[in-house]
Design a protein around this ligand. Structure first.
Ligand code: BGC
Length: 353
């Protein structure tokens, strides 16, 4: 009823009410639903409102919903809230959305190892949950068949980041320009995301391993947590620069914001070397930095693809429909979008997106 009232003119509504009442009388039914489909209420809960990657996902979600409303004429209520990095706040937000009869919860956990309370509440109220970006542990995900996870495989991002580096190091001229002290070994630092995040753990360990597997000699000077954040990346990089004033030849960052923070620090300190810097995500600012040859490469983390997938699934769950064909579930639970590599050579393709 609500949908029709919302989108139709008064007279059309009146006509429909008469038709429905008439058919109810004719078939002798007590209650009649005017339309098999109802409005859909989707709640999106993020771990923090200041994360650029997650923020870009919620923007794509909003766009998807507005477009879907146009196509279907059905109203979609999309509520997005951040938890300011507090799991307790997020648990309360979940409770509130459940009490307001939201159909589905899309949760970007604060603490990915602490999904128990949210899952308990969801199961009690029979509200499906799509976790995203911060992957709950398998034990939690396997508790109920109405729990899903949408993300990307951390290992793939690390392997691609390593491939960008090995491609550069395999070119003798490029190698010579990166190996500033000409000792045949690349001295590097790592800027890590958040402790405990699946992407931090895997990206930090896999990328250097892949480089060594490819036969390059490397020396890690230091690694620092910078919590996915540009300012923290800049501060940590300044400290590393102070510690290693002439030695850093390469910066491996777990994401683009920290890579850009490292570049800020390199520029501000007039660092005498020109380290090779790589990130992950393919944010707009990172693409621009690749185009202007400040950033050497990144790995595209498909925020748009993931956001649209989450909305497709949420909409279907909220409408009691089957998932559409493009929702390709692994173990009936997981959807992973593919990463791709971006360097100066192909950045134009991504800038145009
Ligand atoms: C992204 C980071 C982001 C983090 C948030 C990672 O997949 O690469 O940029 O801050 O997710 O959970």
């Amino acid at each position: 009823m609500k949908t029709i009232r919302h989108y139709c003119s008064r007279s059309l509504t009146k006509a429909l009410v008469i038709m429905v009442t008439a058919s109810a009388i004719l078939c002798g039914c007590g209650t009649v639903s005017m339309s098999p489909s109802k409005d859909v209420k989707i709640a999106v809960l993020t771990y923090d409102e200041h994360d650029t990657f997650v923020d870009s996902m919620t923007k794509y979600m909003t766009k998807w919903c507005r477009q879907k409303e146009k196509e279907t004429g059905k109203r979609i209520t999309l509520s997005v809230v951040g938890a300011k990095k507090s799991q307790l706040t997020q648990n309360d937000q979940v409770q509130k959305f459940i009490s307001e009869n939201y159909d589905v919860l899309c949760v970007n956990l604060v603490d990915r190892t602490d999904a128990m309370v949210i899952i308990d509440k969801a199961m009690e109220s029979d509200t499906p949950v799509i976790f995203f970006n911060r992957e709950p542990v398998e034990e939690d995900l396997s508790r109920w068949d109405k729990i899903y996870y949408v993300g990307a495989l951390a290992r793939q991002s690390a392997e691609m980041q390593a491939k960008i580096i090995t491609d550069a190091l395999s070119d003798p001229q490029k190698f010579a320009s990166i190996d500033a002290n000409d000792n045949g070994t690349i001295q590097y630092v790592i800027l890590e995301g958040e402790a405990g995040h699946q992407d931090t753990l895997v990206r930090t360990s896999v990328c250097p391993k892949e480089l060594m597997k490819a036969g390059f000699s490397l020396e890690k000077l230091g690694d620092e947590y910078a919590n996915w954040d540009r300012d923290q990346g800049r501060t940590r990089m300044r400290e590393l620069i102070d510690r290693y004033p002439f030695q850093i030849e390469m910066v491996i960052a777990n994401n683009d914001d920290m890579a850009l923070g490292a570049i800020d620090a390199i520029e501000e300190s007039n660092y005498p070397l020109d380290p090779f810097v790589v990130g992950i995500n393919g944010t707009e600012e990172a693409l621009e930095a690749i185009r202007t040859m400040k950033l050497d490469g990144t790995v595209y983390n498909d925020s748009k693809g993931q956001a649209e997938m989450i909305m497709e699934m949420a909409y279907a769950l909220g409408s009691n429909e089957e998932f559409p064909g493009n929702v390709d579930l692994t173990f009936n639970k997981y959807v992973f979008t593919p990463y791709s590599m971006i360097t100066y050579d192909n950045v134009q393709k991504y800038l145009r997106q």
